[in-house]
Structure formats: structure tokens, C-alpha cells
Design a protein around this ligand. Structure first.
Ligand code: SF4
Ligand code: SF4
Length: 442
């Protein structure tokens, strides 16, 4: 099979996947208590459907919204609702959450009925995915039912199995262990968007996943596995559709404008589970990793399990001098509060030991080497963006298309002057958004 990739920019970075890539998915014991945020997705937050004192079952819907761009939330354990109140969010601040205390009973989801997706109408498929609260599980957390309710024709469904972010292996293991559900999920999504072609992009450092999915896809009409070169950020939407479907959507053009809908492979498997057995999004596979984590691995973890509890279960006793990152090291977010619970979009929890943590380094002025420009996959000028962001020159930042930066982190990684380019960009974006809203009269 021919190996494909994207043309502009990108970088080869160490992938550190050996800690967990060969570790089969295992289930982490359910905790005594879960904290389930009423908003775990892009769009409107849910209103609670339960009150303090209510008994809930595993998989019961406990929050929903009438807004189209939203996704219901479900109880991940059976027990009693003990509080509905703001609790720490991993993004910082607090978020309204439902707290459930376990009743100590069995905590696995049991399907009430088995359904044959092929006998269901497109509307029934979409409704099953919506009711299960499925959102993008690669981190974006966009409600999937909204994504697959497109009006425009779609040429390609592109499934993201690149998992190019260092350390993470949850998608890899799901492709190896659940290829049947992935291919059947792809068929469901293809029907929902009325597409006859599906490309599953998998980086070639996962040969076992390429083999397992190719075998299951062999007799599936229109579904092909595309091996991708190991190059960061191969899993970003623009780079993925260029490599896997030969379409270009760089800079402000949406994937649907070039006839593509992208879903993550884990999301696709969750869609299959939602349709075939009514299983809601109340647990997910998370990679817990880092060079010193005693029991690193790929775990099925109940939504709402405290991150501190997860780390303890993996044998992490002390975090003195360590850094905990939610997601991978390139696009993840450093955590300060381990009280936050795992949510639907969490792909990994990375524990970096002191020798891998870069303390605040003194950076210097740009030496005009041009490396960041050469490597930026979005064809931006990161050197200029960092200069203008540092000087708070917002009009200039708009002229240099700051909002097209997808914060992949390559420019900071590659800069010999150690300039925290992405940090500058992230800091400037909220002000730009405010200016854009004001200009639009909102
Ligand atoms: S973080 Fe933004 S500016 Fe830097 S390389 Fe990535 S897309 Fe380009
Ligand atoms: S990589 Fe750093 S030093 Fe080189 S041009 Fe970009 S900002 Fe300047």
C-alpha cells in the first residue's frame, strides 16, 4: 500500500509510544464517586434531568439541552445524586456538575436490546447517536449528530487513526482490538452523510492496526485504509484530508466545503456501540502514560472519575516536580487541579518527570532563521505572529491570519531562540475574538 502524507510543513518528532502501544485495553475499577460536568462538548450546556437524592442507573441520561449543538450526559455509575453544583473543570475555573455516589453494585453497562444498524433508517441512526451523547473523542468534543446532519453532498468520510500526538495510544489499541466495530461504525456514518467513500488514515508506525482494520475493511464497499507517513501533525484535519483523500482545505476553508467529513476512530466505534446496543458515552479509553508511571496503559475509565484517582490507580504516588498534562505534550494542557474528572474528550493523561519538564526558559529575540515558517503546516509566519502578539499589535495579528493557527506547537518546538510562540498566540486569540465579535455587532 502506498504511504501518503501532506506536503507543506510538519516535523518529525519523537513519538514516545513504546510505554503503552503494546498494552491491551483494560478496565479500571469504577470509583466510589464521579463528578459529571453538564457540559463536556462544544455548544450549549445541558440542564440537569435529576435532583439531589435521586437514584440513577449506569447509562441513565442525567442532563440534556434543547439546543441542536449540544450533547446529553449520562450517569457512568449507579448510585445516588449527592450534589449538583460547580466543580473544578480541567480547563480551569468551575463547571456545573452532577455528583453521584456509588451504590457499590455492578457498574458495567448492560444493553437492554441489540439492534441491527442495517434495519434502521438514517433518522433512527442519527437519533441513536444523539441520544447517546456522542461527541468528537479525539479532543474536539463537537457533537457528532450535528456533524453528520449535513445538507451538502459529502464525497468522503475520513476517519482519523493517525494519532500523531506523542505518547498517546488509545486510538491505536482500539483499532487493533475493535476493528470490526470501527468498520461497522464507518458504514453507519457513511449512511448518515450519504457518502460512498471512506478513507481510514493510519500512521505507518501502527502496522498491527493497519493490518487489523484492512482485514475487516476488505469486503466493505468503498472503505479503504490509507497508510500515512509518520509526520506531525498528520492527524490535524487539513493535513489528514490532504493525505487520505487528496483534498486541500488549508486556511479557513472547512472540510465540508471540500466534500469531506472527518471523525476520529474512537468516535466511530462509540457510534457503533450507540446504534447497536444503545450504549451512551459514559466511559472511554484513555492512555495513562509517562516514563515513570508504574502501571501505564490504555484504560477504560468512567466519565467523571477524578484525575487524581486515576493516577493513584496507576501507581503514581508523588507528583513533586512532575507535570501532569491532559492530552499529549504538543497540544495538551498542563493541569494544576487533579480534582477535575475525566470527560468525553480526554485522550490521555501524561505524567512528565522533572527531567522532561521544561521550566520557564529565557528566550531571546527572533534570529530570523526561518525554521518556524518552513515547518508551519498552515503556511503562516509564526515569527511575525509571536512578535506582534508580544507587542499586543492586534490589527497586525489579524492581517497575518492568527486565527488560522491550529496551535500544533511545531514552531515553539523548533525555534532555536526558544521563543514561546504558541503561548503568545494563545494569549492573543481571546482579544482578537472579542474584536471580531465587536466588529460584527455581537
Ligand atoms: S502552532 Fe500555529 S503558527 Fe505554530 S506551526 Fe502550528 S499552526 Fe503554525
Ligand atoms: S524559528 Fe524562532 S528564531 Fe527562527 S524565525 Fe522563527 S521565531 Fe525566529
Amino acid at each position: 500500500m502506498e504511504v501518503k502524507t501532506f506536503k507543506s510543513g510538519g516535523a518529525h518528532i519523537p513519538h514516545y509510544k513504546s510505554y503503552t502501544e503494546n498494552k491491551p485495553i483494560t478496565r479500571m475499577a469504577a470509583p466510589d464517586e464521579v463528578i459529571i460536568p453538564l457540559s463536556q462538548h462544544l455548544g450549549a450546556p445541558c440542564e440537569p434531568l435529576v435532583k439531589v437524592g435521586d437514584k440513577v442507573e449506569v447509562g441513565q441520561k442525567i442532563g440534556d439541552s434543547n439546543e441542536f449543538i449540544s450533547a446529553p450526559v449520562h450517569a457512568s455509575i449507579s448510585g445516588t445524586v449527592t450534589a449538583i453544583e460547580p466543580r473544578p473543570a480541567y480547563t480551569g475555573g468551575e463547571i456545573m456538575s452532577v455528583i453521584i455516589k456509588s451504590d457499590g453494585g455492578p457498574q458495567e453497562f448492560v444493553a437492554k436490546e441489540k439492534r441491527d444498524p442495517e434495519k434502521m433508517s438514517v433518522e433512527e441512526l442519527r437519533q441513536a447517536i444523539r441520544e447517546a451523547g456522542i461527541v468528537g473523542m479525539g479532543g474536539a468534543a463537537f457533537p457528532t449528530h450535528a456533524n453528520i446532519s449535513v445538507k451538502k453532498p459529502v464525497e468522503y468520510l475520513v476517519l482519523n487513526g493517525a494519532e500523531c500526538e506523542p505518547f498517546l495510544t488509545c486510538d491505536h489499541r482500539q483499532m487493533v482490538e475493535r476493528p470490526y466495530e470501527l468498520v461497522e461504525g464507518a458504514k453507519i456514518l457513511m449512511r448518515c452523510i450519504d457518502s460512498h467513500k471512506c478513507r481510514i488514515g493510519i500512521e505507518e508506525n501502527k502496522p498491527d492496526a493497519i493490518q487489523a482494520v484492512s482485514e475487516k475493511a476488505r469486503d466493505a464497499a468503498g472503505i479503504e485504509v490509507v497508510p500515512l507517513a509518520v509526520k506531525y501533525p498528520q492527524g490535524n484535519k487539513d493535513q489528514l484530508i490532504e493525505a487520505a483523500a487528496g483534498k486541500f482545505s488549508v486556511r479557513g476553508v472547512r472540510s465540508s466545503d471540500v466534500g469531506c467529513i472527518i471523525r476520529n476512530v474512537g468516535t466511530t466505534i462509540a457510534c457503533y456501540d450507540a446504534v447497536a446496543s444503545g450504549k451512551p458515552s459514559m466511559e472511554r479509553v484513555v492512555t495513562i502514560t509517562g516514563p515513570t508511571v508504574p502501571k501505564s496503559g490504555n484504560y477504560i475509565i468512567k466519565i467523571g472519575t477524578r484525575i487524581g484517582h486515576v493516577l493513584k490507580e496507576c501507581g503514581v504516588e508523588s507528583l513533586d516536580g512532575y507535570k501532569v498534562v491532559l492530552g499529549g505534550p504538543m497540544t495538551g494542557m498542563a493541569l494544576t487541579d487533579l480534582e477535575a474528572g475525566v470527560v468525553k474528550g480526554v485522550t490521555g493523561i501524561l505524567v512528565l518527570p522533572p527531567d522532561m519538564v521544561q521550566e520557564e526558559v529565557a528566550y531571546s529575540d527572533c534570529v530570523r532563521c526561518g525554521k518556524c515558517v518552513d515547518h508551519c503546516p498552515m503556511l503562516l509566519y509564526p515569527n511575525e505572529l509571536s512578535r506582534y502578539a508580544e507587542a499586543e499589535m492586534y490589527d497586525a495579528l489579524m492581517e497575518w491570519n492568527i486565527m488560522d493557527c491550529m496551535e500544533c506547537g511545531i514552531c515553539s518546538y523548533i525555534c532555536p531562540a526558544q521563543r514561546p510562540i504558541v503561548h503568545f498566540i494563545r494569549m492573543a486569540k481571546p482579544t482578537i475574538r472579542k474584536m471580531q465579535r465587536a466588529a460584527a455587532g455581537k
